[in-house]
Structure formats: C-alpha cells, structure tokens
Design a protein around this ligand. Structure first.
Ligand code: IPM
Ligand code: MG
Length: 363
C-alpha cells in the first residue's frame, strides 16, 4: 500500500488552525479508505523568520523536495510588515514557488448554492458560477530583471520588468487547455495585447496551441475587460488562463464574488512538485480565536488527492462531505447567515468528519 508523504507548512496567523483541521480530515479519510498519509512539518513565513532568520529556511525547502506534495497554511502578519520586501514572510512564498517550479496556479471560483446570498453580486448573476483561474506563477513582472530602485539624473526611479519566454507561456497554456478538456471545454485567455508586447506573444502562443486542442472553444479578453466581465457574467467562464500579475488581481476578484473567500482552495503545480493552500491569507485579526473557516484548506487537500495522488474517489468524498455539511446548516462566522448553526473551527471540522463518515460507505 502506497504511503503519501506530505510536507506540512502551517505558517502564520490562522495557518496552523486551518491546517490542523485539514490534517484531521485527511487522517480520518485515511482510516476509512486504507490509504496512508505521512505528515512532516517545516517552517515558512514569519515564524521561520523569527526562529531561523529567513522566510524559507533551507531545511524546509529540502523537506518539500522530498515530499509527494506540500500543504501550506498562510504566511504574514503585522509583526513583519515593516521588514524590507526581500525579507518579508511573502518572500518565502515567492521562493518556494520558484524553487519547486510551480508554474501553474489553479484557483477555482465556485458559488455554493447554500451560500449564494453571501455573494456581493445579485443572486441571478452569481448563480451557477463555477470557473477556475489558471495563473502563471513563476514569471512575469514578479521575477523579471532588472528590478529595483535606482538613481537617474539625481532622482529615484522604480523599475520592474515584465518578461515571458515562449516556453514559459506555452507550458501554462497547455496546462490550461488540458484542464479545460476535463471541464466544460471553454478557455478564456487574458492579456493586454493592445499595449504590451509580452501580451502579444502570449496571445500568439495561445493561437498556436489552439490547433492542438480543437475541442476547446477559445476566447481572448483584455484584462480590463475581463475584470468587468467577471462581475457581469461570471457564470459564462469555465477556465481563465493568464500571466502572474493579471492572475493575482483577477483571482482575488473571482474569489470575492463567490462570497466565500474562506471556502476557496488552490493548487500550484509544476512538472515534479505541487503545493496546495487556501486562497485566503493569514487573517491575523482572527488568529487564535478558534473561529477561522477551515473549509478552504480542507478543499485544498481534496485538490491534492486529485492532482498529485490521482485519488479521485477520495477527493470527491471530501468535496461531498463539505457540501453536505453546508446543507446541514453549519457555518463559521465568515459565512454565517440567520437560521444557520454558527460553529468554530473545531466544530466545523467535526461536522465535516461526521459527514465524511456518513457518505463514505455510499460512494
Ligand atoms: C497571492 C498573494 C501573493 C502574490 C503575495 C502574498 C506575494 O497575493 O498568492 O495571490 O502576489 O502572489
Ligand atoms: Mg494575490
């Protein structure tokens, strides 16, 4: 029987609380299914800065390189906000993405019918929304050189460089076509090719690859227009593929229209490694209070089971258990509405484990 080795990086803020919940769910699922999971912990983010002097210590990276997948909580908090960019907790995230070559970031945006009233959009607009943003994660203006603050003619100038090689574009575009094939077969590619040469190249590559995926319908949108269409017709999207900076922005927009940021998982995939984490951040304001919503992290483990371990049945079990728990009316404060059962992190986790036990036999 295979043993799946998971590197666990709990991080800061609510990170440890939500990751602990996810581990409890995974352990129970392991018992039910006979699959073994092994967890080993490493430090990342602010806690790593405090204990080791850097946001991504070498030993954490080595742990991740040896593991079959990485589960991450969240990094950052006010305590470290005044450090220079190169020493902040977020730098640990950027370093691990690059070191594991996690070039495709999958961020599903799904409106859950029991939570539809939490969407800031009108119900009739939000209903049925179920798309996934695939954001390139290891290139673009995030990593391009030159970068920095320099002096020109006695004045400071800030410089970052938007840069993509065709290979970098092609691999993420291919990944997006493949994901689209398994879904509703519609791909929206987002760029700013009316202004940027980098985007012109991006669009060319999408057009070239389109020929290899004749079953997928392709739409190109400029990023500003896409930002608008996401709030006007969100249910018309299936897969959106875009570069790092546009994807950063659009994926937050996509997350908020679902009304349930605390519910959204993500996967960051490369050829050899994969990392799974909730879309939400470390939420320092509620850390330690026992009220954080663990669902995004629990659903991130479902993505891990699906994309890294090919355990579709187990992934489904987790997703179904979450839906059943919502149907039963359990809500953490962030998704609470009147008439529902308000619970904290631990009780939500218990409720999901109960649902998992109920549905497992029938799957
Ligand atoms: C994200 C975050 C990060 C990013 C920050 C924290 C560096 O906003 O994961 O979307 O910009 O990639
Ligand atoms: Mg972001």
């Amino acid at each position: 029987m295979a043993v799946y080795k998971i590197a666990v990086l709990k991080g800061d803020g609510i990170g440890p609380e939500v990751v602990n919940s996810a581990l409890r769910v995974l352990k129970r699922l392991g018992e039910l299914s006979g699959v073994s999971f092994e967890f080993e912990e490493g430090l990342i983010g602010g806690i790593a800065i405090d204990q080791k002097g850097e946001p991504l210590p070498q030993e954490t990276l080595e742990l991740c390189l040896k593991a079959d997948a990485v589960l991450l909580g969240a990094v950052g908090g006010p305590k470290w906000d005044n450090l220079p960019t190169s020493k902040r907790p977020e730098k640990g995230l950027l370093q691990i993405r690059k070191a594991l070559d996690l070039y495709a970031n999958l961020r599903p945006a799904k409106v859950y019918e029991p939570l539809i009233s939490a969407s800031p959009l009108k119900e009739e607009v939000a209903r049925g929304t179920d798309f996934i943003v695939i954001r390139e994660l290891t290139g673009d203006v995030y990593y391009g050189e030159p970068r920095g603050i320099f002096i020109e003619n006695g004045k400071r100038v800030g410089i970052n460089t938007m840069k993509y090689t065709e290979d970098e574009i092609r691999r993420v575009v291919k990944k997006a076509f493949e994901v689209a094939l398994k879904r509703r077969k519609k791909l929206t590619s987002v760029d700013k090719s009316n202004v940027l040469e980098v985007s012109g190249l991006w669009r060319d590559i999408v057009e070239e690859e389109k020929k290899n995926y004749p079953d997928v319908e392709v739409e190109h949108l400029y990023v500003d227009n896409c930002a608008m269409q996401i709030v006007r017709r969100p249910s018309s999207f299936d897969v959106i593929v875009t570069g790092n900076i546009f994807g950063d922005i659009l994926s937050d927009e996509a997350a908020v229209i679902t009304g349930s940021l605390g519910m959204l998982p993500s996967a960051s995939l490369g050829e050899k490694y994969a990392l799974y984490e909730p879309v939400h951040g470390s939420a320092p304001d509620i850390a330690g209070k026992g009220i954080a919503n663990p669902i995004a992290t629990i659903l991130s483990t479902a993505m891990m089971l699906r994309y890294s371990f090919n355990l579709e049945k187990l992934a489904n079990a987790i997703e179904k258990a979450v839906e059943l728990t919502l149907q039963k009316g359990y809500r953490t404060p962030d998704i609470y509405s009147e008439g529902c059962i308000k619970v904290g992190t631990e009780q939500m986790t218990d409720a999901i484990i109960n649902s998992l036990e109920e549905i497992w036999e029938g799957l």
